[in-house]
Write a protein that binds this ligand. Structure first.
Ligand SMILES: NC(=O)c1ccc[n+]([C@@H]2O[C@H](COP(=O)([O-])OP(=O)(O)OC[C@H]3O[C@@H](n4cnc5c(N)ncnc54)[C@H](OP(=O)(O)O)[C@@H]3O)[C@@H](O)[C@H]2O)c1
Length: 337
């Protein structure tokens, strides 16, 4: 058996048909096309996880035509470890395919102690990206995001740091995440004045969290930015994961600080009703939840997480049935209202 650097790891050669069935969507008015589904490394890629499972998820993603891998400085746990593991897998499996990948990282949340390890100062963003590049073994990322708005740092400073990062060639494009309409508009104006390619706002959007419909999607239209929707499956609730209780190996079953059994139980009736509609459409709930987001024209990509490659294979099948009847949309609205 041929091996990579790691003994026993089968050499990876990407599926030759990887571009045949994936859809690619333009990010706003930019030149960038993203796979309609992207893979996020927030969970299941840290030192606490099995790296061979992480590798399997990334190989499967790329084989399915998913070109966009989303990271952040703090993903793990521990923080930084998802980037380190990604760096290991990238070196062994994906180096050959660097120009076929669109790799993201971010800074904004707590990363190291002291006054320079979070939020939006120039000091934090520039040093954080330097650390991320080292951990991932990359010369540059395709997009670098400011991960969350900073109420105290002037937006000019944060956007100025993004501009310099792009000029230094450490990122090809700039992005923001979790920014509301007003700050998105301001950021877009500043970065346009600075002549910086600014292409995406990465925001939480699912059937269970529709805040972006309240003005942000219009702002993205006005500014020519694309939307990439994170936690589209409400961290697993919009799937069949919890239909028969809370599995021990699930996010809610693991006492995650991000999703707990109470939240699942509060939503279970809605989940069951949505599942009934999905089944009538001949889809899984996860596939319907992804299709429901992709119908928004501003959405360039739906950024899913997965704890197994089979989940990802399932999710990509959302592309087989993207259309909704008026009646279906009305019923869904009634359930999730
Ligand atoms: N910018 C930000 O502030 C921000 C914040 C959060 C996330 N993100 C990005 O968005 C990405 C996705 O977030 P997320 O993980 O919350 O997304 P998600 O897609 O809503 O949830 C992913 C989880 O859903 C379950 N799942 C996925 N497919 C399934 C299927 N077919 N059947 C059954 N269960 C399935 C798995 O949970 P189990 O583990 O229980 O199997 C999986 O870990 C992150 O990795 C990150 O890149 C960004």
């Amino acid at each position: 058996m041929e091996t990579n650097d790691k003994p026993g790891v089968k050499k990876y050669l990407a599926n030759k048909a990887r571009y045949d069935s994936m859809t690619y969507k333009r990010s706003g008015k930019s030149g960038v096309l993203l796979s309609a589904l992207s893979i996020g490394l927030w969970h299941n890629f840290g030192f606490v996880d099995d790296i061979e499972n992480s590798r399997d998820i990334l190989r499967t993603a790329f084989d399915l035509g998913i070109t966009h891998f989303d990271l952040a400085n703090n993903y793990g746990p521990p923080p930084g470890s998802a980037e380190t593991n990604f760096g290991t897998i990238f070196k062994q499996d994906f180096k050959l395919y660097r120009d076929e990948l669109f790799i993201a990282t971010k800074a904004g949340y707590d990363m190291w102690s002291g006054p320079y390890g979070n939020f939006g100062s120039r000091k934090y963003l520039i040093s954080s990206l330097d650390q991320s590049l080292k951990r991932m073994g990359l010369d540059y990322v395709d997009i670098f995001y400011h991960h969350r708005p900073d109420p105290d740092t002037p937006l000019e400073e944060t956007m100025g740091a993004l501009a310099d990062i792009v000029r230094q060639g450490k990122a090809l494009y700039a992005g923001i995440s979790n920014y509301g309409p007003e700050d998105t508009q301001k950021a877009a104006t500043m970065l346009k004045d600075l002549n910086v390619p600014f292409i995406l706002n990465q925001v939480k959007y699912s059937m269970f969290d529709r805040w972006v419909e309240d003005g942000l999607l219009d702002t993205l239209d006005d500014t020519g930015l694309g939307c990439i929707a994170f936690s589209p499956l409400a961290q697993g609730m919009l799937t069949d994961r919890y239909l028969k209780g809370i599995p021990k190996n699930s996010r809610a079953g693991n006492d995650s600080i991000f999703l707990n059994a109470d939240t699942v139980n509060t939503n279970i009736k809605k989940i069951q009703s949505l599942n009934t509609i999905a089944v009538k459409r001949g889809q899984k709930l996860s596939q319907m939840a992804i299709a429901w987001i992709l119908r928004q024209k501003q959405v360039a990509s739906v950024l899913v997480g997965a704890s197994s490659s089979n989940q990802l294979k399932d999710n990509v099948k959302a592309l087989d049935c993207l259309d909704f009847s008026e009646e279906e949309l009305i019923i869904i609205d009634e359930i999730i209202r």
